[in-house]
Design a protein around this ligand. Structure first.
Ligand SMILES: *Cc1c(COP(=O)(O)O)cnc(C)c1O
Length: 375
């Protein structure tokens, strides 16, 4: 099976992890700081605060933003549940904004959702394609809202010369095993705001400030969301190859773009000029005619060795959210879920693998194509 995404581990990654395992500090040594400094240098931001997952990083950034009971957050429903879960955890309410056909929040619909209770906008760079951050920032500025970008898919994505992570108040990256860069489990928040960075660090480690010798003071409620030293060492080693990973993913994605161009049964996502995507996913948007047999297509692709997946069930369709916030229907988001399919695209694939994926995919969808939804 060729999975839709997977990690690349080389000897240097292994050596760096082993070195830490043989050292005096498995946690709270120098590796986390070194990794954070390397992230800042790569992204071009002032502060990077690592966590044991992007989910923890999201919770920490919502807390730093002061999001709490009774507040509202405007966000995309087409994301992993953690994007909404973590501010709901703090007592806030999601205001879901519909998306565009590329899977990113539709910035034209954001402003009409703003109320006096709205605290933040949380867009998600779906599949690694940067959101329309300039427009989103303008809306946020006008209404005095924070922008917290869930860029879990988008480490290394860029608009012009500037990396994702330099555009919003706080940006979250995931280092889960199959994200563009991995520490096994892990995540981080990047920001240029010193106060946010200080809050994030306290939140990560019990809210404790160290004083002299043995004295310390707990100044706020915190958690233990720290990254281990060996995870950070793996991350720093991975970071030295991130542009290679993204380059490879783009080679494969561009090959697919060419093979699939103008196809009548499905569309693919186009990137804006002058932007770079990490290509965490390669989403296919099936035509209406293929929505009915999607289950069969999915099963057959899997049987033929393509580890396809669907991203994502709109968060509001989950039973927890229906019970808590009632029924929500957003046309494009619902439709996207019916038509989206992510096909394998990652740095461990050869061009032969990519050709095999494209051939197999075309063969199967064309077998189902043109029959419509009536059979
Ligand atoms: C993966 C992911 C997360 C959660 O990341 P973890 O590191 O697994 O906690 C959050 N949001 C999005 C959009 C993701 O894809």
């Amino acid at each position: 099976m060729i999975p839709y995404s997977r990690q690349s581990i080389n000897q240097n990654d292994i050596d760096e992890v082993v070195k830490v395992l043989q050292s005096s500090h498995l946690t709270q040594g120098k590796e986390v700081k070194l990794f954070e400094d390397a992230i800042c240098e790569y992204i071009g931001c002032r502060y990077a605060v690592t966590f044991n997952s992007a989910t923890s990083a999201l919770l920490a950034s919502y807390s730093a933003a002061g999001i709490g009971e009774g507040d509202e957050v405007i966000t995309s429903p087409v994301s992993f549940v953690a994007t909404s879960n973590m501010f709901v955890n703090l007592g806030a309410k999601p205001l879901w904004c519909d998306i565009k056909l590329d899977g990113n929040i539709d910035e034209r619909f954001i402003e009409r959702l703003v109320t006096s209770k709205t605290k933040a906008i949380v867009p998600v760079d779906f599949a690694g394609k940067p959101v329309e951050i300039k427009k989103i920032n303008e809306i946020a500025k006008k209404h005095d809202l924070l922008v917290i970008q869930d860029s879990s898919h988008a480490f290394g994505s860029a608009i012009g010369e500037k990396k994702v992570g330099t555009f919003s108040d706080m940006t979250i990256f995931s280092f889960h095993a199959i994200k563009p860069l991995t520490t096994g489990e892990g995540g981080c928040v990047v920001t240029d705001n010193e106060e946010f960075a200080a809050h994030l660090r306290l939140f990560r480690s019990h809210g404790i400030v160290k004083k002299q010798l043995w004295t310390s003071d707990m100044v706020m409620l915190g958690h233990n969301f720290r990254m281990t030293e060996f995870a950070a060492a793996l991350g720093r080693s991975q970071l030295s190859r991130i542009d290679e990973f993204i380059g490879r993913r783009n080679e494969i994605a561009e090959y697919y773009d060419e093979r699939f161009q103008g196809h009548k049964l499905f569309t693919t996502v186009k990137l804006d000029k002058n932007t770079r995507s990490s290509r965490h996913l390669y989403p296919i948007i099936l035509s209406l005619a293929l929505q009915c047999p999607k289950e069969d297509i999915f099963t057959q692709l899997q049987e033929r060795g393509l580890g396809v997946q669907v991203h994502y069930k709109p968060i509001y369709q989950n039973s927890f959210y229906k019970k808590r916030f009632g029924e929500v229907n957003l046309q494009v988001s619902d439709d996207f879920y019916r038509s989206e399919l992510s096909i394998p695209c990652h740095q461990e694939m050869s061009m032969e693998d990519a050709a095999f994926v494209a051939d197999t995919f075309l063969e199967i969808v064309e077998k189902y194509g043109y029959r419509g939804c009536s059979f």
